[in-house]
Structure formats: structure tokens, C-alpha cells
Design a protein around this ligand. Structure first.
Ligand code: FEO
Length: 395
């Protein structure tokens, strides 16, 4: 039985089988689907469920706490099926359970699961009494779906936050931050945020404003550890990321076929390092999964990209990355670029076009176009680009 605090239990599950979350994002250390059980004198209440594949261990977790006592309510803070997937099955075991959500929750629930009865619609600020505890609902639309909401439990100061403050990584035994070494979760929280929630910085800021001044003792997210010891750090991280604030540092991302564009990237990186940039990360766009590159673009304020021309266009993997970056709506980065000509001049002009039309970043230094291999002249231009970025990062 995994107790969090008085009357509150963890009943989630771990998924160490799936390779790609949402079919897109690698899970090298798995992921947890967190659900919680509130056991009060009068009523019992689940907060969220788990993916349907994990229904049986989820049910065992519930029964370990409740025995034969029924589940009276299930609060649906988020309808994405990694959390709502067990609702229809849950109904078969607990036919009288009331499903709690907002108007948008139930629009989706009809579509996903054809559930229309036994539902209880709440609005922002509404409450439900469970006996000694009270559920208070805060609607937080677009963090990161339209129906997302959070649930506070008074007087325990517990926030059930949905995906917000979540991270990749299964829970290996412990479930509360103070019981575990959290080192591996921090970068995975940035990767989770940047790829899943990052497009919605403004709604996240609105949600944080709704929570401002509210005392929070535990944050119970739908993925990753329950936050108790690190509540302030977690909220501060979300605040910074959702404002697109970055540390001084440089991401250099390149595509390369035979190593010539990579050589240019190395020269740029060395020049930036020699000019004093300590935080430099480099990614071969064909090797690093884009989720790690997007994570690093959220972390650092400088970005230099380069790629060859391919079939009179931009190297495919770079095109995909720039499209993903533009869709994430990451604001305010410093941008440099370079490319190789091979047998047609296109890569540099295509990257310039991406920036002018979609990214809208401040251009730093002069773009470099190499023909085939680096010449003495383009070598010096790469050095100048690295130094220009270093100078701008230091301002
Ligand atoms: Fe964890 Fe948005 O689902």
C-alpha cells in the first residue's frame, strides 16, 4: 500500500514496455501513469486512471487500499487516454461511480468511450465534500489539452495537477521525491515539458497565476514522482520554462552526410568555447532524437543549425527539426546558421527562410555557406560565427 499522507494513496502503474510515448517521444527509462485514491470517512475518490493496458494492476492497487469498499467518485483532470483509458473498465467493477469533470471533459468522453451517464460536471471554483476533506476544482485549459483541470484537496494542501509538473521515467520502488534520488528526473522533466506542454507557455502562465498564493504541500502529477521536498523547485522550473527563459548556452545542431558539414559545426563550437561559452551541446540531427534537441533549445538561449543541400532542397532531417521547433513556438532565441552547397546552393537560403517565416529569432553573425569541404576562407567564417554567438550570449 503506497501512502502519501493521511487518507491519500498512490495507485498508479509503471510502463517499461513502451518505446515511444504518444508514438513520438522515446522512453529510455519508461514512464509512470499516476493515479491517486482519497479515502475519506463518507466517500472515496480516485483522481485519474491509467492506460487501459494496465487496468488489472491498477485495480489491484485500488483493492489493496479499499478492500470491498466502493469507489464513489473518479475525478478526470485530463482526458488523454494514458489517464482516462481505464474509465470504461472501471465502470464495470464500480457501476455506481460518479465521473467528475468539466464540460469539455465530457464532450471528449462521449467520443472516446461513449460514456454519458453517471457524470458530474464541475466548473472552475466548484467543490465536492468527501467527509473531512474537500475537493476544489481549478480549470486550467490548454495545459496542454482544452479540458485540462487541476484538483486541490483541502485542508491537506495537496494539488492533483494532471500532466503539469510531470516527467518521463518510471517510478522504481519509491513514489515520493523525498524517498528517492531525483537526479535523473530533472532533465526528463524538461524534456517532458518542452515536447508535450512547451507550446502552451501562455496557458501554463495563466494556470500558475491561478495557483499563486495557494499553499501547496504535495504536487501529485500524472507522471513521475510525487513532489513534496521539491515543490518550490518544480514550480519555479515550470515558471521559467513557460516564460521561455533560457540559460546562457549554445545548442549546435547539424545534419551531415560525409562529415564536411559536421567539420564546420566543430569549428564553430571550438570558436564559441574559446570565446568563453561553457554550456555547449551538439547534436547530429540524424542521430539525436528531436525530443532531446527541443529540450536543449528550451534550456539554452543560443541556437546554431547547419545542414547540407539535398536534392536541391534542405537536408530532410533538418527540415523536420525546424518544422518541429517552429510548432513548439519557442520564443526569443539567438540564431546562427550555416550549410553546405554540395552541387546546388539551397540549404543556407532554406534555413534563412525558416527563420524569417516561422522562427523569428534574432540572427547573430554571418551565415556560412561552404561549397564541398571547408576552405581556409569558410573555416575563418565558421570561427567568426562561433565568436559572434559567444559575444552576443555574454551581453
Ligand atoms: Fe499524460 Fe497529456 O497525457
Amino acid at each position: 500500500m503506497k501512502k502519501i499522507t493521511d487518507r491519500i494513496y498512490y495507485v498508479g502503474v509503471n510502463d517499461r514496455n513502451k518505446n515511444l510515448f504518444e508514438g513520438l517521444w522515446p522512453l529510455p527509462a519508461g514512464v509512470s501513469y499516476n493515479a491517486y485514491l482519497i479515502v475519506d470517512d463518507d466517500k472515496t475518490c480516485l483522481v485519474d486512471t491509467v492506460e487501459a493496458d494496465f487496468f488489472l494492476p491498477f485495480l489491484e492497487n485500488i483493492r489493496e487500499v479499499l478492500g470491498d469498499r466502493p469507489v464513489d467518485y473518479v475525478v478526470v483532470n485530463h482526458m488523454e487516454p494514458d489517464h482516462s483509458g481505464s474509465l470504461a473498465l472501471l465502470r464495470q467493477y464500480y457501476p455506481d461511480v460518479q465521473i467528475v469533470g468539466n464540460k469539455k471533459t465530457f464532450d471528449m468522453m462521449r467520443g472516446f468511450y461513449q460514456i454519458e451517464k453517471g457524470i458530474l460536471e464541475v466548473k472552475n471554483g466548484d467543490s465536492i465534500d468527501l467527509g473531512t476533506l474537500q475537493l476544489n476544482f481549478v480549470l486550467t485549459p490548454m495545459v496542454h489539452w482544452p479540458e485540462t483541470m487541476m484538483t486541490m484537496v483541502a485542508p491537506l494542501d495537496i494539488l492533483f495537477s494532471g500532466d503539469a509538473f510531470g516527467c518521463f521515467g518510471a517510478l522504481n520502488g519509491a513514489w515520493i521525491d523525498e524517498q528517492m534520488n531525483c537526479d535523473d528526473y530533472w532533465m526528463e522533466m524538461v524534456r517532458y515539458y518542452s515536447n508535450i506542454v512547451g507550446k502552451y507557455g501562455t496557458p501554463v502562465q495563466m494556470a500558475l497565476k491561478k495557483l499563486a498564493g495557494v499553499k501547496v504541500d504535495y504536487i501529485c502529477s500524472t507522471h513521475g514522482p510525487v513532489w513534496h521536498e521539491h515543490v518550490e523547485r518544480v514550480i519555479a522550473l515550470y515558471d521559467r520554462l513557460s516564460k521561455y527563459e533560457a540559460e546562457p548556452g549554445l545548442v549546435i545542431c547539424y545534419g551531415t552526410m560525409y562529415g564536411n558539414t559536421e567539420r564546420a559545426a566543430e569549428v564553430i563550437a571550438r570558436a564559441a568555447a574559446e570565446a568563453g561559452v561553457k554550456n555547449i551541446v551538439m547534436h547530429n540531427v540524424s542521430k539525436s532524437h528531436h525530443s532531446y534537441i527541443i529540450r536543449d533549445v528550451f534550456r539554452y538561449s543560443g541556437l546554431i543549425v547547419g545542414a547540407p543541400t539535398y536534392n536541391t532542397g534542405l537536408y530532410h532531417e533538418m527540415n523536420v527539426l525546424l518544422d518541429e521547433l517552429s510548432q513548439k513556438d519557442i520564443k526569443g532565441r539567438l540564431f546562427g546558421y550555416f550549410g553546405s552547397y554540395s552541387w546546388a546552393s539551397k540549404a543556407v537560403s532554406e534555413i534563412k527562410h525558416w527563420n524569417e517565416e516561422k522562427l523569428h529569432y534574432e540572427e547573430v553573425g554571418q551565415p556560412v555557406e561552404i561549397r564541398q569541404a571547408l576552405s581556409a576562407e569558410t573555416f575563418a567564417q565558421c570561427e567568426a560565427l562561433g565568436r559572434a554567438m559567444a559575444t552576443r550570449l555574454a551581453e
